[in-house]
Ligand binder design. Structure first.
Ligand code: DUT
Length: 156
């Protein structure tokens, strides 16, 4: 079952009122990166390597950036704490889709905390202002959860 925003707003530290939606919470841009080089992914994570992240935008320092068509990684400004019996999924705001860009999200695991990073694909040039609301995250109750996330992305 989806956990509504009146509860899920408590999974964050300091949200702005505009971020609280009907059943989800809008997430703000913090940093945007271009990728340089290749990634390596395997079964055990032993060989796992991320590409180099080149920071091209930081909401703490920059007013806005215009992104040409391409692929970027976006790190959100909002620190999330996913409860133990809960998972979460982030979706692009429909306004972002209407502008010809999208975000791709993986699963936010029970027990994860941190500022998630999403893949952003720009199909039509877009100007992004600092702390722009670009995604909405929705939390769902989970049964039969097998432990909590304690991987390399926790707390970052
Ligand atoms: O699009 C997403 C979705 C999730 N997360 C956060 C929350 C999640 O709990 C954590 C790990 O995600 P996932 O389990 O998919 O990572 P992995 O590639 O399987 O790495 P690990 O081996 O650490 O599980 O990253 C993101 O940053 N971006």
């Amino acid at each position: 079952m989806i956990i509504g925003a009146e509860t899920s707003k408590n999974f964050f530290n300091d949200l702005k009122d505009e971020q609280i939606q009907q059943c989800g919470v809008d997430l703000r841009v913090w940093k945007i990166f271009k990728l340089e080089g290749k990634g390596i992914i395997d079964f055990s994570n032993e060989k796992r390597e991320l590409p180099k992240y080149i920071e091209i935008f930081n909401s703490e320092k920059d007013e806005c950036i215009t992104l040409d068509n391409g692929v970027y990684v976006v790190k959100v400004a909002d620190y999330i704490k996913v409860p133990k019996n809960t998972a979460a999924f982030a979706y692009p705001r429909s306004s972002l889709l209407r502008m010809g860009s999208t975000l791709y999200s993986a699963v936010h695991d029970p027990g994860y905390e941190g500022r998630p990073e999403y893949l952003m694909h720009v199909f039509n040039p877009i100007t992004i202002y600092k702390y722009a609301r670009i995604a909405q995250i929705v939390f769902v109750e989970c049964k039969d959860v097998r432990g909590c996330y304690d991987g390399i992305y926790k707390g970052k």
